[in-house]
Design a protein around this ligand. Structure first.
Ligand code: MRU
Length: 359
């Protein structure tokens, strides 16, 4: 992704691993401070995911894959049985950090499958390093393809409404829904993006930052303003990402997505979901999926940046602690007009198991 630092534009990925260190753009500090956070062992990586220094379904999947490689390095001198006992515990720790997004499950499963081929702990390390790099590369490539395949969905002069942050910051590079926006912009089309602020964690500030880096015209709107703009005819497409897509086309994504889907349906505008195939879950039924609930302080408190002291401050908004904070919701397939993956644009009626095979 493009990042402007001290007047210069550089190309930077969201996450990468060099020797034992994982580097990630710290999303708790943007858009005020651009900082690369480094984790030197799997515990620090678990913590970074939990604190959302890295976030977004594919990005946390890649972070966990790299984190397993860090763990493998740490346990490399253990005999193989002990090595696996420790690695299984670490796997559980990663999977418990953010249970809803399926990419982490899919990528971790792939990592363990590859490592199971090894006979010694040292071989496991080699495989883990190689496989995690492959997973990261494949995500960057998939996200680029999503943008290239989906860009023509954005027509000259339209209004695009997007939710949460689906950009390079939620993936290794390019993004999902935001990759489509990025590549439509590279075609020199003019359009306007309305980006929801996405209460309570305010991922909209990350979308604002990314769109600013690319000089894409956009406005941040309060989540509650979406219906107003859609009903006025200012929006011709709603474009979102996904944390998990089921075979029947149901989409689990950032809280508030369902409201936007119903609004789009009611106003006859397309509701399009963009996600790599690593975000597809062909096995689970909706009733078995855990919707992550996060700390009530995300709602009762607000974090802002004091420009005078150049420090972050946390302020209290509510006296009560009687708060509910589910961070994802479920959009039924009947509201989903299209699903854009790296390989194809899928249309209803959805049977992803069959539709993915046909590609
Ligand atoms: O809680 P977050 O910020 O990790 O949630 C992110 C989303 O819901 C995105 O829409 C999703 O991961 C897909 S795009 C990267």
């Amino acid at each position: 992704m493009k990042v402007k630092i001290d007047g210069k534009t550089v190309d930077c990925r969201n996450i990468w691993m060099k020797s034992q260190t994982i580097n990630m753009i710290d999303q708790t500090r943007l858009p005020f401070e651009f900082r690369v956070h480094k984790t030197n062992n799997y515990r620090e990586t678990v913590e970074a995911i939990r604190k959302m220094q890295i976030r977004g379904a594919p990005a946390i999947g890649v972070a966990a894959s790299y984190g397993l490689a860090q763990a493998a390095i740490e346990f490399k001198d253990l005999e193989i049985k002990k090595f696996w006992k420790h690695l299984d515990e670490v796997t559980r720790e990663f999977l418990n950090t953010r249970p809803t997004a399926v990419d982490m499950h899919n990528m971790v499963k792939r990592m363990l499958g590859a490592m199971k081929q090894a006979e010694t702990s040292h071989q496991c390390v080699k495989i883990a390093l190689r496989e995690s790099q492959k997973i990261a590369e494949e995500n960057a490539k998939a996200c680029k393809n999503i943008g290239l395949l989906g860009r023509n969905l954005i027509k000259e002069g339209i209004g695009v409404l997007t939710h949460c942050n689906t950009g390079a910051l939620g993936t290794v590079d390019y993004g999902t829904a935001l990759s489509i926006i990025r590549f439509a912009h590279y075609q020199n089309k003019k359009f306007i993006v309305l980006a929801t602020e996405t209460r309570p964690w305010l991922q909209g500030r990350l979308t604002d930052w990314e769109l600013t880096q690319e000089d894409i015209e956009h406005y941040i709107i309060a989540d509650a303003a979406a219906g107003y703009y859609i009903s006025r005819g200012d929006v011709q497409i709603v474009l979102v990402g996904a944390d998990r897509i089921l075979s029947n086309g149901d989409v689990i994504n950032k809280i508030g997505t369902r409201t936007l889907a119903v609004l789009a349906h009611e106003n006859n505008i397309p509701f399009v979901v963009a996600a790599p195939t690593t975000s597809i879950d062909l096995n689970q039924k909706i009733k078995n999926i855990k919707i992550e609930e996060r700390d009530s302080r995300e709602i009762t408190h607000v974090k802002g940046y004091n420009e005078e002291t150049q420090e972050f401050q946390i302020l209290r908004l509510y006296f009560t602690d009687q708060v509910k904070n589910p961070v994802f919701d479920i959009t039924p397939a009947k509201y989903v007009s299209k699903i854009v993956t790296e390989n194809q644009i899928i249309e209803p009626p959805y049977n992803l198991e069959r539709q993915l095979k046909n590609k």
